[in-house]
Design a binder for this molecule. Structure first.
Ligand code: NAD
Ligand code: MG
Length: 400
């Protein structure tokens, strides 16, 4: 590959779990990719180390003080990296002509604007930030269609589904797909009784058996909200109805999802639970590159198990189905309330079971509108956060 074909990559959320895995994959393929832009929230030390290692043209911090601090460190170290601050700078830089690929790996609604900017400016979007897709849904897909952007799903399940759909099925609504079997490990609390769930600590909930991930998605995996967000994500990415998706608990996390066809064929994508595989796939598709992931050793597998999810013990999955069924801004409200609830649980101010309660209460009282444009979506997000915070105060008052 000659130098003119080297692709310029922007990694949004570079200091996080997905960001670091992306840098690892890029480091294995220096003849194909060059890091142009890195962005993070507040973690100056981690960002400075990444700047020393990758020498990006741009580093963008969300936090103003962090940006100032980083700039000083870069100058002292003699790095050429230009340091910018804030979401507007991030959106403008992501949309610029010198970026080919945007890895959208900011956690939560904070990634909405930059993900939309990437989708609106015709980039290849390596999409990990599922919350942005849950919130903006068809709007994001429409922006991508209008600009010619290529959205490559990077959430492991959606990447698996993408891999199991032939090019034909991706563009043809009657490709004979009967069902998507969306797998999930069931999280660290899969076998807990309701009484055990009542007293689960953040440390226990953070301990995922198979995947190593950031704190927010780890808690979402423990409540099964992650699977719920993923059902919504799959509906949006692949233009599916809710009844075309079955969630299947598969504790070993070997099969990352499956597509069932009309003729009885079921195609699955298998691999180790390591995000470098879907990231490498999404960066290079339709080609294949080194990811650093060792292949599965089938002789080592003790067995593959499957069960239906339990919506009684894990009501967040039910709430996500209901929000998708309601439509409009309901998924945005679900996501906003969940972000508030996860933060409160991690801070020790609500119990594990109250997490779902908070989301359910917020959904019950929030005003739901058609998600016609970004302003409506952002308003719904803001209002849902206010509502969830007031419900949170009431819950706290009750338990004190
Ligand atoms: P993480 O917490 O490890 O990292 C989050 C990154 O986002 C950090 O770089 C942080 O600095 C940045 N960030 C946080 N708040 C920000 C803000 N307000 N403005 C700008 N940047 C901000 O999270 P993660 O586990 O890497 O997950 C990132 C996204 O990828 C999430 O949407 C998650 O659902 C999705 N995802 C993650 C995994 C995984 O294995 N970690 C798998 C599938 C999907
Ligand atoms: Mg996933």
């Amino acid at each position: 590959m000659d130098v003119s074909q080297i692709q310029s990559v922007a990694i949004l959320g570079s200091t996080g779990s997905i960001g670091q895995s992306t840098l690892d994959v890029i480091g294995r393929n220096p003849e194909r990719y060059q890091v142009h832009l890195l962005s993070a929230n507040v973690s100056v030390q981690a960002m400075f180390r990444q700047c020393e290692m990758c020498r990006p043209a741009l580093a963008i911090m969300q936090d103003a003080q962090a940006a100032e601090h980083l700039q000083k460190k870069c100058r002292q170290a003699g790095l050429d990296t230009e340091v910018l601050q804030g979401n507007d700078a991030l959106c403008a830089s992501v949309s610029a002509d010198d970026v080919d690929i945007v890895v959208a790996a900011i956690v939560g609604a904070a990634g909405l604007n930059s993900t939309l900017a990437a989708a609106s400016s015709g980039k290849r979007v390596v999409l990990a930030n599922k919350e942005a897709l849950v919130m903006s849904g068809s709007l994001l897909m429409q922006h991508a269609a209008d600009s010619g952007a290529l959205i490559v799903p990077t959430d492991s399940e959606h990447n698996a589904i993408f891999q199991c759909m032939s090019d034909h099925s991706l563009s043809n609504s009657d490709a004979g797909i009967e069902k998507i079997l969306l797998t999930g490990s069931g999280g660290p609390l899969r076998n807990c009784s309701i009484d055990e769930l009542r007293v689960v600590t953040p440390q226990q909930a953070l301990k995922h058996p198979n995947w190593s991930m950031g704190p927010k998605i780890s808690i979402d995996s423990a409540t099964l909200m992650n699977k719920g967000l993923e059902v919504i994500e799959a509906c949006t990415l692949f233009s599916l109805e809710l009844n075309e998706i079955d969630v299947l608990i598969h504790p070993e996390s070997v099969i990352h999802s499956m597509v069932q066809y009309r003729d009885g064929s079921v195609l699955a994508q298998l691999g180790r639970p390591d995000m470098r595989t879907p990231i490498a796939h999404a960066l290079a598709w339709p080609e294949r590159i080194e990811s650093g992931v060792t292949p599965l050793d089938f002789t080592e597998l003790a067995g593959l198990h499957f069960e239906a999810p339990d919506l009684e013990r894990f009501p967040c999955l039910r709430l996500a189905y209901e929000a998708m069924q309601t439509g409009g801004t309901a998924p945005t409200v679900l996501n906003a309330a969940n972000e508030i609830a996860v933060e409160a649980f991690l801070a020790g101010s609500v119990s594990f079971l109250q997490l779902a309660q908070l989301v359910e209460d917020t959904l019950e009282y929030a005003k739901i509108s058609p998600a016609v444009d970004l302003t409506t979506i952002i308003e719904a997000d803001t209002e849902a956060r206010i509502l969830a915070s007031s419900k949170l105060d009431k819950l706290r008052a009750l338990s004190s």
